[in-house]
Design a protein around this ligand. Sequence first.
Ligand code: ZN
Length: 330
Amino acid sequence: MSDLGTAAPPVSPGLSVGLDIGGTKTLAVLLAPDGAVLAQSRLATEQGATGVIDGAVRAVEGVTRQAGMPFSAVTGVGVGVPGLVDADDGTVRHAVNLGLNGDPLDLAAMLSARLGGVPVGVENDLNAAAVGAAHLIEAESGSGSTDLAFLALGTGLAAGLVLGGRLRRGASGAAGEIGHVPVDPAGPACPCGQRGCLELYASGTAVSTLWPSRTGRPAPVELFEAAAGGDLDAVVARDRYARAVAAAVRMLVLSVDVQHVVLGGGVAQLGVPLLDAVRAALTDESDASPFLRSLDLPARVRLAPGRVPVGAVGAAVVGRGLAAPATRSY
Ligand SMILES: [Zn+2]
């Protein structure tokens, strides 16, 4: 594990800040010691190493100021970023969306130095979202040790896994990369070098292929509106897409038997209509299989709770764990 906290003796976790730094926007939350979200904010992301660090400092200062809290009460900061992250040393590589194309960025150490030595943890954004979803579901249900997969339906398709209350990264960080499980050997070529990968059917990009945007709004919104309006072609396309997402849900449950599969990523902004379509597809499949029916897949798939950014909340949970490593669960 990281050793970022050696400069100061471990202290009881106080406030923590979580940042979800995406290609265009940075979401920030301030988390209370009891896990409640005290404030949240949204800023434009600045590109390049200097821009990312400067923007992160501004976001941390902004969200604490918004809550009327002194920065000295913050005992940890967590950051979720797209790209390859070494969570042990807090470096980021290949975060092309952030303009970090070349050398690894020592994000944790550089940001910690700018924040007066407050411990900083860095996590892949999808893993942070899985941790955030687990935190919010545990708060909602009052129970711990959540088993869940956070299924991101975005440009690509991948899942973050929290198993028995702990983040599962995998032996090489590839846990949950189900987007590149081939589901049709005769399917189209995937950029990964295989054919017919699940991502080609169930990602947000796949929706744009099935039902290209006609008015400039997001393709999933147009598809689901047209289907709800009775357009038969749209109904066929929507149901085909829902079956592909259902296949991803089934794959996750049959692999690691998670209790919850949380739909996330851009397509999940559709909310209940997406959830209903995926549940209907799962119910159809269960009708033919007593085995699948016994697993009650429709009851396991859900949306993230609340109206808070799950990725930033998860990053804050990572940051909170830095102040008291003995109690860290992620
Ligand atoms: Zn692939």
